[in-house]
Design a protein around this ligand. Structure first.
Ligand SMILES: Cc1cc2nc3c(=O)[nH]c(=O)nc-3n(C[C@H](O)[C@H](O)[C@H](O)COP(=O)(O)OP(=O)(O)OC[C@H]3O[C@@H](n4cnc5c(N)ncnc54)[C@H](O)[C@@H]3O)c2cc1C
Length: 323
């Protein structure tokens, strides 16, 4: 391995505000080995202001890459310029729409390797051991990248966010993109309708599965979620059948959530679903099948027909909350 040149965090910004996931990226950097200077590249809009904000995490040098589209093919050359200037041994980005595509493209361009969807990092004898789920979340695998820069994307909510401090004022370099540099171009952008709290942000999430039997069941889940200030998510079948919006699908091909309380109703507990809720602090499962796999990972289990349990639970919560 070459001389340690520190870590590069690649994050995004919209209207000058750094993405909320940035704190988790800096949190992940503190588990990497060896420690070193942490610098940043910020991609999006209002990036000069957002790059300045990274100083609160101790960044001394930040690159601002201004683009409304945030397409990997458009930003890659600017990112390579930042990498060439800093020569980091490790690059960390979020496992999001940008990171998922940019990490392997960057690894290919820099003749190195990328590990995506990372859930933990540990320092073993000065080497960063990278852990990610494999086989649909049924097992965890450890990796060591022997080329540099090592590139990783981290799973949302897998790392404790770093605390922002007084920090310092970073030196900002603005990198511009040639107007016609677009191999994959954005054709249309539309906003996904969001009613209430996003499942990624809710402290209490109530998840409904195929066992709810139809969209009517979700109306009952929503009533309970509203009472406790929570949000409703779903396994994949209800989203596939339009019982509940796809934006609230939980799992390996949906959202990864880490609420304080997850209540899984009529969900069998497939590995694809469970890999999206592994970070929940407490899980309560309601399922009429005592052999359902969800009970193997639940903190509390209720073996019953949800149609009997849910109304009683809702009445009790109304009583306790006075709503
Ligand atoms: C590549 C790939 C990616 C996938 N990604 C995801 C993903 O991101 N998220 C995801 O969730 N799935 C995903 N899946 C699908 C996954 O494999 C399962 O098929 C799915 O999670 C099952 O959803 P479910 O538990 O709601 O339904 P089921 O497995 O059909 O379970 C329904 C449960 O409801 C219970 N039930 C029925 N009636 C009642 C009642 N009245 N009261 C109480 N309990 C009742 C049943 O006992 C059963 O356990 C993926 C699959 C593949 C192949």
């Amino acid at each position: 391995m070459s001389e340690n040149k520190g870590i590069l965090i690649i994050t995004t910004a919209a209207d000058g505000k750094t993405a909320a996931s940035a704190a988790e990226l800096f949190g992940a950097a503190s588990s990497a080995a060896p420690a070193g200077a942490v610098n940043a590249a910020v991609i999006g809009t209002g990036t000069a202001a957002a790059a300045l904000e990274t100083g609160t995490f101790g960044v001394s040098r930040a690159f601002a890459i201004e683009t409304a589209e945030r397409l990997p093919g458009t930003v890659i050359n600017a990112v390579i310029s930042a990498v060439s200037a800093l020569k980091p041994y490790l690059i960390i980005m979020a496992e999001d729409d940008l990171g998922r595509d940019l990490a392997p493209m960057l690894a290919s361009a820099l003749q190195t390797a990328a590990v995506t969807d990372v859930v933990s990092l540990k320092n073993e004898n000065g080497q960063t051991v990278i852990t990610r789920p494999v086989y649909g979340g049924n097992a965890l695998a450890d990796y060591v990248i022997e080329t540099e820069p090592q590139i990783i994307t981290i799973r949302p909510k897998a790392f404790e966010p770093a605390a922002a401090g007084n920090g310092q004022t970073p030196e900002i370099t603005e990198l511009s993109l040639p107007a016609d540099e677009c191999s994959v171009c954005l054709v249309e952008r539309f906003e996904v309708k969001q009613e209430g709290l996003r499942i990624e942000d809710a402290k209490i999430v109530i998840g409904g599965g195929r066992g709810l039997g139809g969209p009517e069941g979700f109306a009952q889940l929503k009533e309970l979620a509203d009472l406790v200030g929570g949000s409703v998510g779903a396994s994949r079948p209800p989203c596939d059948q339009d019982w509940w919006p796809e934006s609230a699908q939980i799992g390996i091909t949906g959202k990864v959530i880490a609420p304080d309380l997850y209540i899984a109703i009529g969900i069998s507990g497939s590995s694809q679903h469970l890999s999206g809720v592994a970070g929940a602090k407490t899980t309560v499962a309601i399922n009429k099948d005592p052999e359902a796999n969800i009970f193997n990972s639940a903190t509390y289990g209720i073996v019953a027909d949800w149609k009997k349990v849910l109304p009683a639970l809702t009445v009790k919560v109304r009583e306790l909350t006075g709503n």
